[in-house]
Design a protein around this ligand. Structure first.
Ligand SMILES: [Zn+2]
Length: 402
């Protein structure tokens, strides 16, 4: 399977497959999969009318998808419908699974998602990864991947690919971490360090978080900025339902947008970057607190108890976010800004100053700011779902490998 995140192509079916009879067949297989996935269970006749092909043509495609284990027949439709009863089709709950993984500064997590979008297996390990070499980190991640894959296989699923979210810049080859400052990794090819049995895609965690929001969020628009924070602050730009990558794949580094040019030095080499005011550690420092495992929980707990220092630190972080986002909003005119990751847990105290700063400084009407409902698991889910989207986009390629 091609790298779904980095190769430029339209979302959904109809991406550039060869314009031959084989290419047409593959495109039509994708259209059937996308239709049943979005609207199923559906009869063959309903699929045919949705995609504008004859019932006979759809039946041939459906038979192929059933043989490949990608679609299932649920049995006869309920009586009372006009015409000959057909069997309802659904995407298979025993077919391919997407394995998603996340390397965090203080955790590793892996999950398996089936074609229906259900999480069927997961594993999480809390482990301090800061400045830890890639080899031992990925050895530990590989253990978790094997464990989750085995659990998924035990449920009759077969892993179709692996997607890994990392807190750093990833090259357009979708394998090489160019720089992950909080892990201390430079130019590291993860392809050599992860199980070779799965097609691999590596991407920045903010990009996977934004895709999760696009695919799984409630009423997510097609044009939005997704901002998430842990130690660092990442953003992803979604334009017309597609990620904006930039020339090298590094678009979205909101955390290194300068907020106050003479501010504190940042690991990137600049000064006064947003991360120095609104990253988890910066907020803890400003509030006079030490970290610990659950930094967001600590900050939220203190803010709830009306701790004046914490409230002031969060208010200032919201102001810094508002200033940095003003530039992005004025430049890109998104429909909304979505706060995800750790920011979603701190939103009640960040939002007032963030919103007023944004409203004061943007040219047009204030851009709405909403909070992700996916919580901190967004990037992990986005990673696993990106594999599933790859299956829907080109089911023939997956069936050939099955
Ligand atoms: Zn910086």
């Amino acid at each position: 399977m091609s790298a779904p995140l980095h190769k430029p192509r339209p979302a959904g079916p109809g991406r550039a497959l060869p314009d031959t009879q084989q290419g047409m067949r593959r495109r039509n297989l994708a259209r059937v999969m996308h239709t049943v996935s979005a609207e199923g269970p559906l009869s063959r006749a309903a699929v045919a009318s949705r995609i504008g092909l004859t019932r006979a043509a759809v039946s041939t495609l459906v038979d192929e998808l059933i043989r490949s284990g990608l679609l299932e027949e649920l049995g006869p439709e309920r009586p009372g419908r006009v015409g000959r009863p057909g069997s309802a089709l659904a995407v298979s709950g025993h077919g391919p699974a997407g394995i998603g993984a996340e390397v965090g500064v203080d955790h590793l997590s892996v999950c398996a998602v089936d074609l229906r979008g259900q999480v069927r297996a997961r594993a999480v390990r809390h482990v301090p990864n800061r400045d830890r070499p890639a080899e031992p980190v990925l050895r530990e991640l590989t253990e978790l991947i094997h464990r989750v894959a085995a659990e998924a296989e035990g449920e009759g699923l077969w892993p179709a690919g692996l997607a890994v979210a990392v807190p750093g810049l990833v090259a357009r080859d979708a394998r090489t971490v160019v720089r992950a400052p909080n892990l201390g990794w430079l130019d590291t090819d993860l392809g050599h360090l992860l199980p070779a049995r799965f097609p691999l895609t590596v991407a920045n965690e903010a990009n996977f978080g934004a895709l999760a929001e696009l695919w799984l969020g409630e009423d997510t628009p097609r044009d939005f900025l997704h901002v998430s924070a842990k130690i660092g602050i990442g953003a992803a730009v979604v334009v017309d339902g597609r990620l904006l990558h930039g020339t090298r794949g590094f678009a979205g580094e909101l955390g290194h947008v300068p907020v106050w040019p003479d501010g504190p030095a940042c690991a990137c080499g600049g000064r006064g970057c947003l991360e120095q005011y609104a990253g988890e550690e910066a907020v803890l420092r400003a509030a006079g607190l030490d970290g610990g495992e659950d930094r967001v929980g600590l900050l939220a707990g203190r803010a709830e108890q009306d701790d004046a220092g914490v409230r002031r630190a969060l208010h200032d972080a919201g102001t810094a976010l508002g200033i940095a986002l003003t530039g992005a909003v004025n430049l890109l005119d998104p429909e909304s800004v979505v706060l995800g990751g750790a920011l979603s847990g701190l939103a009640p105290w960040l939002l007032p100053s963030l919103r007023s700063e944004l409203a004061r400084r943007t040219a047009g009407p204030a851009c709405p700011v909403s909070v992700s409902t996916l919580g901190p698991e967004g990037p992990l889910l986005g990673a696993a779902h990106s594999v599933i989207r790859g299956v829907l986009d080109d089911p023939a390629a997956v069936a050939e490998r099955a």
